[in-house]
Design a protein around this ligand. Structure first.
Ligand SMILES: NC(=O)c1ccc[n+]([C@@H]2O[C@H](COP(=O)([O-])OP(=O)(O)OC[C@H]3O[C@@H](n4cnc5c(N)ncnc54)[C@H](OP(=O)(O)O)[C@@H]3O)[C@@H](O)[C@H]2O)c1
Length: 312
């Protein structure tokens, strides 16, 4: 049977601008259509909370957000790594004359501070943690959070039969319940003002390729990441009335501590790109989901093509 003839589509001409700075929106002019402008979310003065903000992916995402003008709040349990991540972001994105003073944190509130890089030390699963975050930083965060990135997570390495129960529950709790609780409290206390509030608010959940395909020694991890897809879908519908978009990025193997101990050679043979991804590449995908106002329940699989390959 002959394939159906597809209509010919004239490629749009991208208009070039004769001034030196970049346009703040993507403008495409065609002969047959009126000018179409796709506004990208401007990030200046937007408050963004990144759980796991000192981890490989959270750190890279936070750096991209600050480079784009946003104010970030890095969440994690270890003060020293939060501090190091904040310092690195400060050095690589802000002018050298700007003083480095990350603050506030939950035990040392400084809600009048205008710092663009803030750290919040605490466990996203701890009872009362999120309420405390909003109480301590009321002036800056209450009803004033624009972006939540759920990048806190833990890996699992062990077969189900030999894994202890607490470890299995810990993976599910951190990766899935942790993302759900963060969305509940940041959405409730940080994002909603009124129905159909200010456009541009969004949540990005970090899933994983393992949420969709098999992997030995990762039952709880894969289950938690499959749950991230359900969470993303259901929440996208539930929060649409408040104009909050919910998206997910689904990385494959990324250069990081989490993938350091893996047997690389056999994995590299399977990945069409023949390399692991980089945290800044995950950050790029996340920035797309945050800034593209039409992205809602959008899942980006960033895996160097691995998801397209067979299962063996
Ligand atoms: N790296 C990869 O190849 C890869 C691939 C696919 C998906 N992912 C996913 O991407 C996310 C980030 O991964 P990553 O490579 O950046 O991992 P990472 O470097 O280990 O970072 C994870 C961060 O989460 C924080 N965290 C863990 N439990 C927490 C809790 N209960 N409360 C607060 N913070 C907590 C950790 O800080 P503290 O320990 O100090 O709290 C750490 O900074 C994870 O969800 C992971 O599953 C990673």
């Amino acid at each position: 049977m002959r394939p159906p003839t597809l209509p010919r589509i004239k490629s749009p001409r991208i208009q070039t601008h004769h001034h030196n700075h970049l346009p703040s929106s993507r403008t495409i002019h065609t002969h047959h259509q009126p000018t179409t402008t796709h506004p990208l979310l401007p990030l200046t003065q937007r408050n963004c909370i990144i759980t796991g903000g000192a981890g490989a992916l959270g750190h890279a995402i936070a750096k991209s957000l600050v480079a784009a003008g946003a104010t970030v709040w890095l969440v994690g349990r270890t003060r020293a790594t939060l501090h190091d991540a904040a310092l690195d972001i400060h050095r690589s994105t802000l002018p050298p004359d700007q003083e480095f003073a990350p603050g506030p944190n939950t035990s040392n509130s400084n809600s009048n501070s205008n710092n663009r890089i803030n750290i919040i030390e605490g466990d996203i699963l701890a009872q009362g943690f999120w309420q405390r975050v909003f109480e301590d930083n009321e002036a800056r965060l209450a009803k004033n959070v624009d972006v939540l990135v759920n990048a806190a997570g833990v890996a699992q390495n062990g077969f189900l039969f030999s894994s202890d129960e607490a470890g299995l529950r810990g993976v599910l709790d951190t990766n899935l319940a942790g993302s759900m609780l963060a969305a509940k409290y940041v959405g409730r206390y940080g994002m909603i003002r009124e129905r159909h509030g200010r456009a541009g608010k969004c949540i990005v959940n970090v899933g994983s390729l393992l949420g969709e395909r098999g992997g030995k020694g990762a039952v709880a991890y894969a289950a938690s990441k499959a749950g991230i897809h359900g969470l993303t879908r259901a929440l996208a519908e539930e929060l649409a009335g408040w104009n909050i978009r919910v998206n997910a990025v689904q990385p494959g193997y990324i250069e990081s501590d989490m993938t350091k101990g893996l047997e690389r050679q056999s994995l590299l043979e399977k990945i069409p790109a023949k390399r692991f991804g980089r945290p800044d590449e995950v950050a790029d995908a996340t920035m797309f989901l945050i800034t593209n106002m039409y992205a809602n329940n959008c899942v980006i699989n960033l895996d160097g093509g691995l998801s397209a390959t067979g299962f063996q």
